[in-house]
Design a protein around this ligand. Sequence first.
Ligand code: UDP
Ligand code: MG
Length: 156
Amino acid sequence: MERTLVLLKPDAVQRGLIGKILGRFEDKGLKIVGLKLRKFPAALLEQHYAAHKERPFFKNLVKFMGSGPVVALALEGKDAIEVTRKLMGKTNARQAEPGTIRGDLGMSFSNNLVHGSDSAEAAKTELALFFPGAEETVAWEPANLGWIYSVEEELR
Ligand code: UDP
Ligand code: MG
């Protein structure tokens, strides 16, 4: 089992799409193990996007991400990082495939609704950044877990 960090960006919250987007992850079978709505401080967002520090869009990105409430999710599942990235679709929502969150719900390269960690290393760092306390995530067993995966898939 793997964990990943997902953010529902301010555009998703302002457009009233929290429920719809959360539902996509739930419907897929990813388990929500952490969930919070916050207006995150610029310093944290700068740290989160540190890899893009030299990119021309960095300043606007941090401003956008701090412009309103964001929903942070910790999701768990087999190959959760890759599965989440696929569900999100391409960064430019205009190019994202129909059926993906960005492809179905967005039109922008910047205001593209969701963030998802892109590697195991990033997931570890980002989860520690957005869910620093041990009590902020919950290990639990969904009642339907045995129906989401087959017994051969070694759930643990
Ligand atoms: N972004 C942007 N302009 C660009 C590239 C990226 O505004 O030319 C924003 C966009 O919101 C994107 C975020 O910066 O989601 C991080 O970029 P990345 O390449 O990591 O895309 P992602 O991993 O979110 O698909
Ligand atoms: Mg990225």
